[in-house]
Design a protein around this ligand. Structure first.
Ligand code: SF4
Ligand code: SF4
Length: 448
């Protein structure tokens, strides 16, 4: 039996047909603005999907090239007057690609079993695929392994080995060189998760904290600040132990079955706690957590539970903007610009809330970017897979940041945080990168 063409399904065709070819999304698209080719615009990519659905083109060649070059930032979705669900279409296209050219045979959350990567021609492509496989299956779903890696990197950074490795960078495969340059200064100040963190003052509710995978292991200070700010606003914070990676990286790589497995594990992990909300502090993770109902809509055991879970998921900015019972009183005299996370802005439509929180800090001056809706080039692991284009997108963002003369760059997503740290090093900008909750946390501390 011939394989099913995922793009040639009635509901997918309905979604494709919503595109009226108006082109209003083109100016919002970072890849189109740099490459200036129709096939690297949302309209062009939708045309490729339609051509594949019709059987006029295969999933290799132009289809693969231009679908892989898409950042998945979903700025086109916000710009589209016709309601095209581009993010959903992209996921379907990437799933079709992954099934046609499996990178990772029998991809499943594992506890140590190994799979081999598929053959690829160039050594750089092999390295990228092996790293992608290792990251998705052997690290991201396993918090302990990630923390071991984080401790190793912490030592590597503190022992000064990085200077030697940087001299070797021109000889390393590009994906390894990019990874080395992008690793932020590892922060190991882990929260004690063995018991709930109590509310400070009168208790207003109990929330569960989705700690994330990379965020949890490498940027522990952001999670610690998140917990303290929730506590200060009267929330008891719980840490369900069996939670795992949200599945965003798997989903963006077209590994939707694997992402569904992770979604089921998270729904089980957060069940039965009678929580006011499931809080996360990374825009990319939150957007995926909120997609669980869609991901599991055909799963008879999990469809209803997924809807209940999604109803509880809140980004920290979204939650605090509505529940800032004790605004910070300490001053933080700083000029700050805010770099939107695409998945928070375009995916979750959380736009004003982080700005409201920042302007609630006494002394803080918020300066808007000229193009706040443009991606920074992080886009999950895009900056590792497409470093050249990602760097061009990043340079545009850095020029915008520089024009604000801000000394602090606020973000609300792990990938953006790391990308901006890398960008600051790359450009020599005199700026510090902080999560919105770290700024709030510092303002609270300044009151004492
Ligand atoms: S998701 Fe972003 S990069 Fe991809 S087509 Fe839409 S605007 Fe362009
Ligand atoms: S704005 Fe929407 S309808 Fe117009 S070309 Fe872009 S995706 Fe199609």
């Amino acid at each position: 039996m011939p394989p099913i063409n995922l793009l040639d399904q009635p509901d997918v065709r309905r979604k494709l047909d919503q595109c009226i070819h108006c082109g209003l999304c083109l100016p919002a698209c970072p890849t189109y603005s740099i490459l200036n080719t129709e096939m690297d615009s949302p309209r062009g990519r939708i045309a490729l999907m339609r051509a594949s659905a019709d059987g006029r083109i295969g999933l290799d060649g132009a289809f693969q090239t231009h679908i892989e070059l898409c950042l998945g930032c979903r700025a086109c979705e916000t710009a589209c007057p016709s309601g095209v669900q581009y993010g959903t279409l992209l996921e379907i296209a990437r799933t079709a690609l992954a099934r046609e050219q499996p990178r990772f045979p029998a991809l499943r959350p594992t506890n140590g079993s190994h799979a081999s990567s598929s053959p690829a021609s160039a050594p750089g492509a092999v390295a990228a695929r092996v790293l992608q496989w290792a990251g998705l299956t052997q690290l991201m779903p396993h918090r302990r392994r990630l923390r071991v890696l984080a401790r190793g990197l912490w030592l590597y950074q503190r022992l000064g080995v990085s200077g030697l490795v940087r001299r070797l960078l021109p000889h390393l495969p590009p994906v390894l060189a990019t990874m080395e340059a992008m690793v932020p200064r590892v922060d190991l100040r882990y929260v004690d998760e063995s018991r709930p963190a109590p509310a400070v003052g009168s208790r207003r509710g109990k929330v569960a904290f989705f700690t994330g995978c990379v965020q949890d292991a490498f940027l522990a200070g952001v999670n610690a600040a998140t917990v303290r700010v929730l506590q200060r606003n009267g929330y008891e914070v719980h840490f369900p132990q069996s939670q795992t990676c949200c599945g965003a990286a798997a989903l963006h790589s077209g590994e939707s079955d694997f992402a569904r497995d992770l979604a089921r594990r998270n729904i089980d992990a957060f069940a039965g706690g009678d929580f006011t909300a499931v809080i996360n502090n990374a825009g990319g993770c939150g957007a995926t957590l909120k997609e669980y109902a869609h991901l599991l809509k055909d799963d008879p055991r999990y469809a209803d539970r997924a809807q209940g879970f999604v109803a509880m998921v809140k980004d920290i900015n979204e939650f605090l903007a509505a529940n800032l019972h004790h605004p910070p009183r300490g001053r933080l005299q700083a000029r700050v610009t805010y770099v939107d996370s695409c998945h928070l802005r375009h995916g979750q439509k959380v736009v004003q809330q982080p700005r409201a929180l920042l302007t609630a800090i006494p002394g803080l001056e918020l300066v808007e970017l000229r193009q706040p809706d443009m991606c920074c080039g992080s886009a999950g692991i895009y900056n590792l897979l497409q470093p050249e284009l990602a760097n061009q997108v990043l340079d545009n963002k850095l020029a915008d940041v520089e024009s604000t003369r801000a000394t602090i760059i606020a973000t609300a997503n792990t990938g953006c945080y790391m990308q901006m740290v890398y960008g600051v090093q790359r450009s020599g900008l005199n700026a510090t990168v902080m999560h919105v909750v770290e700024l709030l946390d510092r303002a609270y501390a300044n009151a004492h």
